[in-house]
Design a protein around this ligand. Sequence first.
Ligand code: GDP
Length: 478
Amino acid sequence: ESLTVAELAKKLYREPSEIIKKLFLLGVAATINQQLDKDAIELIASEYGVEVEEKVIVDQTDLETYFTEDREEDLEVRPPVVTIMGHVDHGKTTTLDSIRHTKVTAGEAGGITQHIGAYQVKVGGKKITFLDTPGHEAFTTMRARGAQVTDITVLVVAADDGVKPQTVEAINHAKAAGVPIIVAVNKIDKPTANPERVMQELTEYNLVPEDWGGDTIFVPISALTGEGIDNLLEMILLVSEVEELKANPNRRALGSVIEARLDKGRGPVATLLVQNGTLRIGDPIVVGHTYGRVRAMVNDLGRRVKEAGPSTPVEITGLNDVPEAGDRFVVFEDEKTARQVGEARKQQAVQAHRNETARVSLDTLFEQMKQGEMKELNVIVKADVQGSVEALTAALQKIDVEGVNINVIHTGVGAINESDVTLASASNAIIIGFNVRPDNNAKRAAETEKVDIRLHRIIYKAIEEIESAMKGMLDPEY
Ligand code: GDP
C-alpha cells in the first residue's frame, strides 16, 4: 500500500534523486526514506507512463508482480520500435511498404504478409519493428492512454515540398514524448527535389545535420525506387544501439495494445506489442480492463507462433472483451488473479470515468497550484496567420510570474484540429486559439478529453487571461 521513495525508485528503475526532484516539482518535499502515500505513488508512476497498472497494483495486487527489477545481467538487446511520421502525401505509407517489401518477402518465401498493425524486418541479422499506422495522431493517442511504445521516429519530408504544418506537428509530438528523430528526405528521384532546402528549413526546429554541426541524422531516400532505404534501416540500427534498448526475455510479458477489434468468428482480436518478457500461448493476461488466456498467436506473416519476445508484435485471441489501442497488458501467474484484476480494473475504469480526470484548465489552475500539482503550464498556440502565432508565443513567453513556467509545446497556423487536442490531452496542456476555432472533430475530442480551449481575438486579452490565472497559481508566501 505504501512505499518509500527509495523503494519506488527501485521499482521504476530510477535514481531516488530523480524521484525526489520530480516530487519537488510536483510540490512535495520528500526525503529518500519517506513513506509515500498512494496518491503520490500514482502521480510519480504516471509521470513514467505506468499510471494504470500502478493504480490497480496498489489497490489489488502485489507490486512485485509488475515491477520486479530486472537484473542487469538478465537484460538483452531488443529491436527498436519505429513510428513513421510526416506531412500527408510526403510518402509515409510508401516508405513503410517499401521497407516491408524489400525486407520481408525476400527471405520469407510463402509468408503472406498480414496487416496486424505492426511488422518486423531483419537487417543483417538484426530486427527492427515498425508500427504500421503512420502519423502522429495514432502515436499520441497511444501516449495519452499511457503507452510509450515508440523508440525512434522517422520523420518523412518530401524533398520537392519541404517542411509543412504536419511536419511541424510531428516534430512537436515526438519531442513532447522525448523520442529521437531520424529525418528521411524522401522523393529524391524527382527532378524538382531539393534536399538542401529541407535541411535548411528543419534547422529552425533544432534538427541540424551532423555536417552542419548538429546531431540529427538525415537520410536521402526514394520510397518509390527504394534508393536509400537500406541506409535508412542502418541508421535506425545505429540510433537504436546508442539508445541501448534492452529487455529481459525471461520474465512474464508486459506491453501495449497496438490495435484491437471484434472478429465475427474469433471474438476479440488484439495486436500486442511485447515490451518486456516473453508472451506465450496459454498465458493468463490482463489487457486494459479486459482479461483472458492467450488462445492463439499469429505473427505479421500470418504464421502461428507459440511465443513472442521483446519488441515483437503478435495478434492474439482469447480475451473476454475488446481492449483499446494504447491499453497496457500484463501477464499473470494464474488465471484467477488475472480475472480478479481484470474485473477490478473494469470497476475502476467506470469509477474513474465518473470522477473525471483532473485536467489542467485555467479555471482550476489556482486550486491545482495550491495543492502543489503544477508548476508548469503547457500551452498550444493556434492562429490564423504566422505573424499572430509568433506575436502570441513571444508575449506568452514574456509572462514572468515567479514559481510558474509557461511552456509552449506546439504552435501552428489554422483551425484547432484533433491532433492539437490529442497532444494537449497527452501533455496536459491548454490550447489558445487566436482568430481561429476548433473544427468539429476537435470540439468533440476536447469535450471527451476535457481539454481547455480558449479563443481570443485580441492578443493582450489572451495574455491578460493567462497572466491572472498564473498569478492565482502562486503560493501565498510569494
Ligand atoms: P503519405 O500520405 O505520407 O502516406 O504518402 P504516400 O505514401 O501515400 O505517398 C503520396 C504520393 O507520393 C503517392 O502518390 C506516392 O506514390 C508518391 N511517392 C511516395 N514516395 C515517393 C518517392 O520517393 N518518389 C516519388 N516520385 N513519389 C513518391
